[in-house]
Design a binder for this molecule. Sequence first.
Ligand code: FES
Length: 161
Amino acid sequence: MSDKSNLATNMVEEPGEQATRRAFLAAAGAAGLCYAAALAYPVYRYLASPEEMALSATAVTEVTLKDAQKLPMGSVLMFKFGTAPAMLIHHADGRWVALTAVCTHLGCTVQYEPQADRIHCACHGGVYNAYTGANVSGPPPRPLTLFKVAVNQAGVEVSRA
Ligand code: FES
């Protein structure tokens, strides 16, 4: 009888030991939640990114390019319109043109070629009109988006048409 009662008293947990176990389980649960959140956040960002990118692309409606009025004729200034690359061209005849610089074929960044006075996409050879953004040859299915341009003393304001 005394052996059994000794065995039973040995298996009863002390109150301090029980509190330590609870603290450990709470800490493990909190660490598990943090780990799950760390795994879920990149998945959320990946799934939400196309919507967010579309929203941020349309959120910006105007960009002011300080001192861009000094851009020499026959040259180009690349800039960001929101999150997308864009270009401001000061043509040799004095006209100003601003367009998106994202190829409508597969999204490569296009380049202005002043000697040919055209916009060229090096990825698959797409060519655009440097005044209107119209797709002239190659695989691009649509023209580049044209922006409004206002030149003043402080710079050049580019806005959605
Ligand atoms: S991405 Fe520009 S022509 Fe294909």
